[in-house]
Write a protein that binds this ligand. Sequence first.
Ligand code: SF4
Ligand code: SF4
Length: 233
Amino acid sequence: MDERLKMIEELLKHPLGPDDVFKFRCKQCGGCCRDRNDILLSPFDLCRIAKALDKTISEVLSDYGHLYVGDTSKVPLISLKMRDDNGKCHFLREDNKCGIHSSKPAVCALFPLGRSASKKDGKTEIFYILQPTECGDRDETHTPREWMGEFNLEESEDWFFIWQGIVFEISEHTRKLLPKLPESVVNEMMIGMANILYMRYHLDKPLPPQVKENGILALKMLKMIEDMLSHAG
Ligand code: SF4
Ligand code: SF4
């Protein structure tokens, strides 16, 4: 097993609940804001950033997002794009502080915590892990719940729960469907699905019902393609 998989397996043995304690103090060195390709943006993040910058979601996506298909999940994903000239995040200021601090993506806000979800007996369960990092100090004690509070992310667990449920469900279909489709159809399908999942939001309306509605629409699209394939076969 490669080292990275071993490390992930080891981390998953020590999940943290929202009120478990961990020790960490960020020294605001900006080290975690460079050369990253793993900062995933959910629709919740895109909407928060769009509101903070007074931009549309489509502008945020084209200026700061990189759309790709997840290797394992086969779901369209968006990561935060770094600058081409120096590998830094577009939002990293000269003083190493985040230019969108109170609206930063949940992945950034949670660091050094990582949040994940697993599906057990048909139920989605959320947990946190403390990522191995040499940065910062270990002289402050926190809990995931209180750590998220600084970024107004207390409600994000509910939100993450809804989003992960949709991602799991879509992934179950796309992993079976993709090998049966020509590449050109896969590309079109992924672009269509990305538009549904990430772009169709009214920023002034509550997001969770809109996310659910978009998830249902994306699943309908997949089922339509499955039906067409089964009739053609
Ligand atoms: S989390 Fe770590 S790498 Fe990021 S700014 Fe804080 S101390 Fe630096
Ligand atoms: S959004 Fe803010 S915290 Fe996240 S990588 Fe960019 S500068 Fe760093």
